[in-house]
Write a protein that binds this ligand. Sequence first.
Ligand SMILES: CC(C)=CCC/C(C)=C/CC/C(C)=C/CC/C(C)=C/CC/C(C)=C/CC/C(C)=C/CC/C(C)=C/COP(=O)(O)OP(=O)(O)O
Ligand SMILES: O=P(O)(O)OC[C@@H](O)CO
Ligand SMILES: [Mg+2]
Length: 233
Amino acid sequence: MVIEDYQQWRHVFKLDPNKDISDENLEAICESGTDAIIVGGTDDVTLDDVLNMLARIRRYTVPCILEVSNIESVTPGFDFYFIPMVLNSEDRKWIVGLHQEAVKTYGAFIEWEELLTEGYIILNPDSKAYQYTNSINLDEEDVVAYAQTAEKLMRLPFVYLEYSGTYGDPDLVQNVHDALDDAILIYGGGIKTKEQATEMAERSDIVVVGNVIYEDIKAALRTVHAVKKVNSK
Ligand SMILES: CC(C)=CCC/C(C)=C/CC/C(C)=C/CC/C(C)=C/CC/C(C)=C/CC/C(C)=C/CC/C(C)=C/COP(=O)(O)OP(=O)(O)O
Ligand SMILES: O=P(O)(O)OC[C@@H](O)CO
Ligand SMILES: [Mg+2]
């Protein structure tokens, strides 16, 4: 796979290693035409579950990424490793602390070109990810400034507006998109319909669809075509 391929991605499914999915549904997800599969979750992500997910997804040609949530569950074999830095966390460990520890311990074994950093901004106070990472509440100006900090000062390839579990504010997503020049804007959270997928695809670069896979597989699959139909970035 060409390393720059991700710059063209528009739609990604996120599979939680901690949740069950049938072979039939996994095949439908992998063969859906989505651009990539992210394996990731907030808590209880184990090496066994990650390895199992990787082996099952590798039966298909779709690119497969591990979004690292803890160091114990990292394994070779993924196309990319997405590394979240939670910019609005109160606790330095989620911004750079765990990362420094991982580099200190495993630096010699890391294939750096496989790692891509995501400037995470977590916006749903009720989500597990928000609570787990001690994130803080932001107004719109703060969000835009964090996004620009990620792009202009930290030069991160991705800014991730994370509404995990709830549908976000399209105007805010649009304003963040307008404020960015180079970073790829990822939107994730609460997409359950093709209309929502379209709305967020019009305002971001990559749309992530997660939980609905486990609730309504047909609705999840419909989001792929909806996103691919949107041209404007
Ligand atoms: C190839 C190989 C084996 C070499 C070794 C390479 C190596 C060690 C690479 C790692 C290098 C590195 C710098 C790692 C970073 C270390 C680390 C642990 C960083 C912390 C990352 C972080 C901030 C995690 C927080 C969790 C988080 C933000 C998760 C986001 C995902 C999310 C919101 C998922 C949705 O949640 P879900 O669980 O689905 O929630 P619901 O159940 O409510 O839906
Ligand atoms: O699970 P949902 O709410 O679709 O969110 C997708 C993704 O952004 C979660 O990290
Ligand atoms: Mg989830």
